[in-house]
Write a protein that binds this ligand. Structure first.
Ligand SMILES: [Ca+2]
Ligand SMILES: [Ca+2]
Ligand SMILES: [Ca+2]
Length: 440
């Protein structure tokens, strides 16, 4: 009744009179039916009001670098060990880090740019892994270069970077073995103080058009003496074009992180168990370029993808796995309960991150794309469920046509307890922080 009245006021006189007659006649002749309709309208209005009551935070953009050449990838981690997270960027010819300002507000002070390495290979750099793997509070860094997706024989490189005493100076690269077309890398925690470097090529060796041998996803283990002889293991070689992976604590019942791994042929969940890799195909997940884990609650995980590879769709998969119970035949970690397309108006969709940006105990989704969409815009949007079961969703714009997004990371960069968003743009040549202004 309230919703109807509000609508008639909005649309003006003629409709108002018609509605009045409709209301009076029906109310007199079919009072029982009318009461039923009113009840439903009331419920509808109440549900709508609840959804609208979600207090949306605003995000204040700060450009950290407006001279990025490609901005292939970014990472957040403490480089200098002062306790403040810094931003790392893999650009075309340089790998750099931006120092969280030692003094003053990080939202207004300059983030000083330091070159880690430059001209590492003849071709472009493409990926980075930065994480504190030895527990001293400072990140260890590996990078991939010699990027040439057209050469599936000789392209690609993998380097571990040795930190100088003064981490604002140049780092020393150590070249490790590589498969061709190295494309993504991340550190995976496999036990207490034990990490592996996961390295994923885009294509299998010598392949053309995605046909041929499988892509070798490798895990590298740094020798205990810090020497050059890194051992390697094949994690997977069954997919033929892969694009991203996410090492995550999918199953808290195991000390090691699991891996979400996506490619043109679908996606899988990979468990690590005492040097063995156990792979489970994720049913219903279609060919994807990006994949990330999120949490609706601590017990309820989800997966979010961009489909197809470099595609237009952001897709949410509600998991059927209960993280607060042990994995079993009836609590299958790879079970997918539902699939919802959250958006089909990305173009060149290339980045996803999840975090509790609202501070409501549930993780929302941030996604970015790098080519003009149907509205001729690039940008970043934030997606959030409007009900408890996450069956309905809404979105808000984070960056309206100012970020041709290659990569997104989320971390609390000013230590106020609210996660902030970092994005790197290719055609827009920029690196930005979006400061989370949610109420504390
Ligand atoms: Ca720092
Ligand atoms: Ca460290
Ligand atoms: Ca913050």
């Amino acid at each position: 009744m309230f919703a109807l009245a509000a609508a008639t006021r909005y649309f003006g006189g003629e409709l108002e009179r018609l509605t009045y007659r409709y209301e009076r006649n029906l109310a007199m002749r079919f009072s029982a039916i009318w009461l039923f309709v009113c009840g439903n309208l009331f419920l509808f209005a109440a549900a709508g009001a609840r959804a609208d009551e979600i207090a949306l935070p605003s995000f204040k953009a700060q450009t950290i670098d407006d001279n990025v050449r490609i901005g292939y990838g970014t990472a957040i981690g403490d480089v200098d060990g002062d306790g403040k997270p810094d931003i790392l960027l893999v650009d075309k010819k340089q790998i750099v880090w931006f120092q969280n300002p030692p003094q003053g507000s990080p939202e207004t002070s300059k983030w000083k740019r330091h070159v880690i390495v430059e001209n590492l290979t003849v071709r472009d750099n493409v990926c980075i892994a930065a994480r504190d793997i030895d527990g001293d509070g400072k990140v260890e860094i590996a990078v991939g270069g010699q990027w040439n997706p057209g050469d599936t024989y000789r392209s690609g490189s993998v380097h571990y970077l040795v930190a100088p005493e003064d981490r604002t100076k140049k780092w020393k690269p150590i070249k490790l073995y590589n498969e061709p077309v190295i494309h993504r890398m991340r550190w995976q925690k496999v036990g207490e103080n034990r990490f592996l470097l996961l390295v994923a090529p885009l294509h299998g060796k010598g392949n053309r058009g995605g046909k041929g041998v499988g892509v070798k996803l490798l895990a590298y283990r740094q020798p205990a003496d810090g020497g050059l002889l890194w051992k390697r293991a094949i994690v997977d070689d069954t997919l033929h074009v892969t694009h991203n992976l996410d090492p995550v604590q999918w199953d808290p019942g195991t000390p090691a992180e699991e891996i979400l791994y996506a490619g043109r042929e679908g996606a899988m969940l990979i468990y690590y168990d005492r040097g063995e890799w156990i792979k489970k195909k994720l049913p219903r997940v279609q060919g994807a370029g990006e994949i990330r884990m999120g949490l609706l609650s601590k017990a309820q995980p989800y997966i979010v993808t961009i489909e197809p590879l470099h595609g237009n769709k952001l897709v949410f998969y509600k998991s059927g796995f209960a993280r607060d119970r042990a994995a079993s035949a009836s609590n299958d970690p790879a079970a997918i309960e539902s699939r919802i397309v959250l958006d089909d108006n990305l173009s060149g969709g290339h980045a996803i991150a999840t975090a509790d940006l609202f501070g409501n105990g549930s993780q929302q989704i941030v996604a970015g794309w790098r080519l003009p969409n149907r509205d001729k815009k690039v940008g970043i949007k934030l997606y959030y469920p409007t009900n408890k079961g996450a069956t309905t969703w809404k979105s808000m714009v984070i960056d309206d046509n100012g970020m041709a997004c290659e990569d997104i990371r989320i971390g609390d960069l000013n230590g106020d307890g609210r996660p902030d968003i970092v994005a790197a743009g290719r055609a827009t040549n920029n690196l930005k922080i979006y400061w989370n202004q949610a109420p504390k």
